[in-house]
Design a protein around this ligand. Structure first.
Ligand SMILES: NC(=O)c1ccc[n+]([C@@H]2O[C@H](COP(=O)([O-])OP(=O)(O)OC[C@H]3O[C@@H](n4cnc5c(N)ncnc54)[C@H](O)[C@@H]3O)[C@@H](O)[C@H]2O)c1
Length: 361
């Protein structure tokens, strides 16, 4: 089979991960890249030895079989629609869109493109790369936890507390995440998206939510509290506290913030059932799964299992193209998560009122 020609749209910080992962794979030709910031695109091409710096999305589509969309969130839906319309394979960054309406439109187009052209479509819910998460999904699906009753999860970062090893919040790659005018849906869309994907992938679909999204003033280098920079409002939520009621009757609590001093990028998930429980703390490693089952249950003892590495989303995307077999998480999954994000936003606008999760297709 000929090499798969891949392009990258948006050549900022996350694009480096896409480029490195594609470069590691046999049978992949990292052919083209495009960014509205042409200098950045040229520097990226030089760094990753990409021969073609495109002048537009259309040029990337023309020379590539598959494309990664790695722009800020507001551009995911329009760029993905164009790629799918051209019948090209798509790996889109999360979240799929900034509204449920747009996410549904992309999901419908992805299904059509798959039927018409055999197009593969995936969404980069990248913490699915954790082998512990993959194993937890299987354990819960086999019913080994009994009936799930309670779930809790968090996703914690600290880059709003001042300069961290990730940089300072006024750096361009962080600043757009604080502004709805730049298409950001805040910490909910950025971190909540991953968290809600993990929680529901293991514990099942959510029926209703009660959610509170908060936007704190930002603290600048002179210690001043800022709600805007000039005319640019810093209005995207930065802290989310969410209660979940699952379709299977279980209840859950999830929270995410960028103000969690002491946490660079901490993701934690615990699922408690009538027969057993599992927990994953990604700070301890992507491959570590803790279980409390069987005889351990009576004493509340936990055992830790190390789960063999599973393929990354990038590897599964390329494998899907080669085998023509669609893998998960696919674009409709992105729309399903968007329905959950949308319910959280609506609930928060009504002061945490119980809100039903809408249809995602
Ligand atoms: N899956 C993950 O684990 C993960 C991790 C980090 C970031 N992300 C996602 O990746 C995306 C990019 O994040 P980032 O940290 O790289 O941001 P970034 O700001 O560093 O880079 C974004 C790049 O996109 C370019 N761009 C903006 N609009 C464009 C357009 N219309 N066409 C082409 N290029 C355009 C910008 O010039 C910039 O170079 C975000 O959606 C973010 O949610 C995902």
């Amino acid at each position: 089979m000929a090499n798969i020609k891949v392009g990258i749209i948006g050549t900022g910080s996350m694009a480096n991960t896409h480029a490195r992962r594609y470069r590691e794979m046999r049978g992949v030709d990292l052919r083209s890249c495009y960014d509205t910031d042409t200098k950045r695109a040229s520097a990226f091409a030089l760094q990753h030895k990409i021969e073609h710096v495109a002048a537009s999305l259309e040029e990337v589509i023309e020379v590539c079989d598959a494309t990664s969309v790695v722009t800020p969130d507001a551009f995911h839906a329009p760029l993905s629609l164009r790629i799918l319309e051209a019948g090209k394979h798509l790996l889109c960054e999360k979240p799929l869109a900034t509204t449920l309406k747009d996410a549904r439109r992309v999901a419908r187009r992805a299904i059509q493109a798959a039927q018409q052209h055999g197009t593969i479509h995936m969404i980069n819910l990248s913490y699915r790369d954790s082998s512990a998460v993959q194993e937890a999904m299987k354990i819960a699906a086999r019913g080994e936890l009994g009936e799930i009753r309670h779930v809790h999860g968090h996703y914690l970062q600290s880059w709003l507390t001042g300069t961290t090893s990730w940089g300072y919040w006024q750096d361009p790659n962080w600043l757009w995440r604080l502004q709805t005018a730049q298409g950001s849906t805040g910490v909910l869309g950025d971190l909540g998206c991953h968290l809600l994907d993990l929680v529901t992938a293991v514990a099942g679909d959510v029926a209703t939510v009660e959610s509170r999204l908060t936007t704190f003033p930002k603290i600048d280098r002179k210690g001043r509290q800022r709600t805007a920079l000039g005319t640019a409002r810093l209005d995207a939520n930065d802290t989310a506290a969410i209660q979940l009621k699952f379709a299977n009757g279980a209840v859950g609590v999830c929270h995410a913030t960028r103000w969690a001093t002491g946490h660079m990028n901490s993701i934690f998930l615990a699922v408690h059932g009538t027969e057993g429980a599992l927990r994953i703390d990604l700070d301890q490693g992507k491959d570590k799964l803790q279980l409390c089952r069987g005889r351990n249950k009576a004493m509340g003892r936990w055992s830790t299992r190390t789960i063999r590495t599973t393929p990354s989303i990038y590897q599964r995307f390329i494998r899907s193209i080669k085998t023509r077999r669609q893998d998960h998480p696919d674009v409709p999954r992105g729309a399903q998560i968007q329905a959950l994000l949308d319910a959280c936003q609506r609930s928060s606008q009504k002061n945490g009122k119980t809100t039903r999760v809408g249809r995602w297709m």
